[in-house]
Design a protein around this ligand. Structure first.
Ligand code: F0G
Length: 344
């Protein structure tokens, strides 16, 4: 039987005894060995496919805990700012819990699948004439002013839920991986993985990757107008900045930037060479390894295995996929025409 994430790791999550379990059977996502990627990187490589979660991204891990706690506390509504995935997840878990949901997204800058999800789950979707960072500022103020639960990753229960991905990686491999590569946007997820690893005495090297046009952690200062094709990580002032940098430093890892072209190359390559379709932001983890390899601090041994976190499903963003994929071959209804189309 599938197990809700909260049941699987209840002893390591800070829920209260009376809290309901608001779950869609999230977590327990596939860890997929990647032979072609291993060959290219010359190290044993695995993909943690978080697109396998109920709403198609890792956000569900945090949302089940945050919404369960919110419901347990008697909240009637939840709100978030989002580049799309948090919105889809918050909307789904709010629906599941019987809570009202509101999501504030940057106008015209979220992938169409995510928008469809948030709307279908019945959230009130507000398209802000501003970017994610500005939307987050506004929802923080709204949550201070009104009885509504903020479910962005500034909510501590989100991080607690998301740390379970690190538990799963270690359980599935039977040991800690040597390294973990992960895209970084608002910096909650890298913070959560590090916490999870530390709780099971694991310390893989963390390689965090941002998009070149939205790389505040790489530059060391906020980016006022972040831009990237990877809309999920189009963020200029991450909320978990200090914790993320501490995690990367403590793990003896690195944060680096990858260009949109590098992201899109890795995105297509993963789909066509490994059969794994993730969204563009997720491919930043693989793009970064292609660009930089697996650097280690002076004198350290190179890692013997690496896990790339693929944070969201490729179906979230069909527009980017179709604009980058080869064309469909149109064909008349005739055997020899089809034959030519297939074999020529
Ligand atoms: N990958 C995907 C697919 C995401 O949706 C996000 C964040 C990240 C990576 C970065 O994770 O913010 O914890 O560093 N998406 C948020 C959202 C911001 O609103 O859906 P992070």
């Amino acid at each position: 039987m599938p197990v809700p994430l909260i049941e699987r790791y209840r002893d390591r999550l800070p829920l209260e005894a009376g809290d309901p379990v608001v779950s869609l059977n999230e977590g327990s996502t596939p860890l997929i060995e990647a032979p072609r990627l291993s060959e290219r990187l010359e190290v044993r490589t695995f993909l943690k496919f978080e697109g396998g979660n109920p709403t198609g991204s890792f956000k569900d891990r945090g949302m089940t805990v945050a919404v369960s706690r919110a419901k347990g506390r008697g909240a009637e509504a939840v709100i978030c700012a989002s580049t799309g995935n948090t919105a889809a997840s918050a909307a789904a878990y709010a629906a599941r819990a019987g809570l009202r949901g509101a999501v504030i997204v940057p106008e015209g800058k979220i992938a169409i699948g995510k928008l469809a999800q948030a709307l279908m789950h019945g959230a009130r979707v507000v398209a802000l004439q501003g970017n994610f960072d500005e939307a987050l500022q506004i929802v923080r103020e709204l949550a201070d002013k009104h009885p509504i639960e903020l479910v962005n990753s500034v909510n501590p229960y989100r991080i607690e839920g998301q740390k379970t991905a690190a538990f799963e990686v270690v359980e599935e491999l039977g040991e800690a991986p040597g390294a973990l590569a992960i895209p970084v946007g608002n910096a909650g997820n890298v913070t959560a993985y590090w916490r999870g690893f530390q709780e099971v005495d694991a310390a893989p090297i963390l390689y965090g990757f941002q998009a070149e046009g939205a790389a505040p952690l790489v530059h060391g200062s906020p980016v006022a107008n972040p831009e990237t094709v990877a809309s999920a990580i189009r963020i200029g002032n991450p909320a978990r900045w200090e914790e993320a940098m501490a995690a990367i430093t403590d793990s003896r890892g690195r944060i680096a930037a990858v260009s949109d072209d590098q992201i899109l190359d890795a995105y297509r390559w993963l789909a066509s060479s490994e059969g794994v379709f993730c969204e563009p932001a997720s491919a930043a983890s693989v793009a970064g390894l292609f660009a930089y390899g697996l650097p280690v601090v002076d004198g350290a041994e190179p890692p013997e295995s690496v896990v790339c976190v693929l944070t969201g499903h490729g179906l979230k963003d069909p527009d980017t996929a179709l604009s980058k994929a080869p064309s469909v071959i149109n064909c008349e209804n005739d055997l020899s025409a089809v034959e030519r189309a297939v074999f020529d």
